[in-house]
Ligand binder design. Structure first.
Ligand code: IPE
Ligand code: IPE
Ligand code: MG
Length: 250
């Protein structure tokens, strides 16, 4: 079955990635390239989030995880941090009715203890209001880093072991995965990074063990639905071997 709505890029609709994760990078460079303040790039980036969420939802993608703010991003100038937190909260609030209309369910992963109470409250409200959504699950990684998440899981598993609830020799990779903040979602099949840098910046290190990686030079504010379809079509040309030989997976 082929998608005929977008004849420019042929997608095999039977072989879509179930989970796409995106490192939305390049807002600042996009703004600076046209003599604007970095914050203008973040504002424009929100428009891209809306466009790409709509496209993923329309295509029937199961999970879309967006890296919106990392643990390390707390070290940016305070004015930029404040502006980003404000932008995230107001955008989520504004978009909630459309998310509900499109059956999108919002989830948030990240270290809540560092987030402003007001931002948290508005995010929580959107998560609650969209909880019945049975279409796309949109996951925002905010105040998130993989090392934070894995450390947190280690702490929880150790506490269970100390309490005698789990035998250390019985700990498997499922135990670890099940204690991550992302336990509710499958591992990403496709990881996209905009802005051209070939690195993962502390994002989903455990979960991307077998993700297909796609990096584009396009800055996030310029990233279009057609760029998403291009990334998916590239993904569909790859042979995922999971450690096996090409013959074995054929
Ligand atoms: C990504 O854009 C958004 C966040 C990290 C919050 P940047 O702000 O990192 O933009 P560049 O990488 O400096 O261009
Ligand atoms: C990664 O972008 C984090 C987000 C997209 C939220 P950064 O701009 O923080 O990554 P580095 O610093 O270039 O690795
Ligand atoms: Mg960046």
């Amino acid at each position: 079955m082929f998608n005929t709505i977008t004849p420019d890029i042929q997608l095999d609709m039977a072989r879509l990635p179930r989970h796409i994760a995106i490192i939305m990078d390049g807002n600042g460079r996009w703004a600076q390239a046209q003599g604007l303040d970095r914050s203008a790039g973040h504002v424009q980036g929100v428009t891209t989030v809306r466009r790409i969420t709509e496209e993923a939802s329309r295509l029937g993608i199961g999970y879309l995880t967006l890296y919106a703010f990392s643990t390390e991003n707390w070290n940016r100038p305070q004015a930029e941090v404040d502006a980003l937190m404000h932008l995230i909260a107001t955008a989520i609030e504004r978009e909630t009715p459309d998310l509900i209309k499109n059956h999108v369910r919002l989830r948030v992963v990240g270290d809540r203890s560092r987030m402003p109470a007001d931002t948290l409250a508005r995010l929580d409200r959107c998560v609650a209001d969209t909880s019945a959504g049975d279409g796309l699950t949109l996951v925002l990684a905010i105040s998130y880093s993989s090392r934070w998440e894995i450390t947190d899981a280690a702490r929880r598993i150790a506490a269970m072991a100390a309490a005698g609830e789990i035998d250390p020799s019985a700990i498997t990779d499922d135990t670890v995965a099940g204690n991550l903040a992302t336990a509710f979602m499958p591992d990403p099949d496709l990881l996209i990074r905009t802005g051209g840098d070939m690195r993962v910046s502390n994002f989903l290190l455990w979960q991307i063990a077998y993700a297909e990686i796609y990096v584009t030079d396009t800055f996030w504010p310029d990233f279009q639905p057609s760029d998403l379809r291009l990334a998916i079509s590239d993904f569909q040309r790859r042979q995922r071997r999971f450690g096996l030989t090409g013959e074995q997976v054929k």
